[in-house]
Write a protein that binds this ligand. Sequence first.
Ligand code: JHZ
Length: 395
Amino acid sequence: MKKKFLNLGDQPITNSYLSKINKKTIKNEIFYNLSVGFDKKNYLVSLMNHVNPKIQYTNNYAHRASQSKTMKKSFRQVALKLKKRFKPLKTLEIGSNDGTFIKNFQKNKIIAVEPCSNLANITKLKGFKTYNEFWTKKLAKKILTLNKSIDLIYSANTISHIPNLKEVFEAVSIILSNNGVFVFEDPHVSSVIKINSYDQFYDEHAHSFSLLAISKILFNTDLKVFDAEIVNTHGGSIRFYICKKNSKFNETKNLKLIKIRETKQGLDKYVTYKKFADRVKKSKKNLINLLKKLKKNKKKIISYGASYKSTTVFNYCDIGRGLIDYVIDTTKNKQGKFTPGKHIPIVSPKKGLTKDVDYAFLGAWNFENEIRKKEKKFLKRGGKFIVHVPSVRII
Ligand code: JHZ
């Protein structure tokens, strides 16, 4: 049973960027209550209410992994590393997005699974075998009839999006070879707590993982975690290495170390999350106060990166056009649209990062280094960034 520790209020579906703002589009916007809970039985942090995946992962999915150099590099590096360590004959990616990971593989050696048809079409057109479906036992069985078992399954920022984890792991178990490996990475709840990144909670992030939770969840299955590592993408992620219980892999030292650190941090205790929720309330106050103060001094504030995360911030803190003039984003299919819930216009950086901009709130704070490098001109002429993690401040 989950016990609620955080309430981020009524929130829209993060992928529902609006093309037009009128009575009809506003009336049709779907809102749900974004609350987060902790299950003391398996230590899993999950949303209290899950949104129907069919309205989230549509033929109009906006996020493109290829929009950041950081992620392109990270996917290239992890692909090389996994190929070297496990030498897979056949690999499968769950949630292949626009193919940023799979493009590091030979076309006949990798299979893509992607429920959003606009994204699946991108990898299909590039010649990769792509299943435009959700990851289920049914799909695993279908793929198995056409292939021998799979040696490597990889997934980034996807497993945390699937409410039914039992189905995920059972499907993996069906298709994974005896000495095969399932590697997946998602934001680490340890970092969320440490840096107060409450915006990692939104409709798509059904869960926020710890090693303690994944180990508990796999306890009664034929799978086990044998290795894990902390990676710095998306503000602090964790990469799990999973195999069949009777396979050749032994638990690594690193695995034990991470478990010790998570236990020390109290990730197995409700009170840790409750204290985090108190810090989130303070962060909201501080952000609103800062933006209001700057606005009072007639400063022009925009937001940098129409991230899904920033939808949580804007709706939770009630930040709209009165404080943020517009949002800039390089993603073509977000430009010309409006942010979910708060309806702030999104424009290209070229159009929006004009000389009169005083402050840019980093909606894509996880790419701060990349953005700083790119926007030297803005910084040189006195432009400043605002962040809300780990604390609200001007940088
Ligand atoms: P970014 C999405 O979340 C949704 P978001 C999803 N649920 C998930 O888990 C993560 O991705 C992985 C833009 N940008 O990647 C691109 C610039 O404009 O932090 C993106 O729109 N200029 C699948 O949206 C946004 O910022 C730049 O220079 O929270 C960043 O979004 C850079 C680097 C990015 O994930």
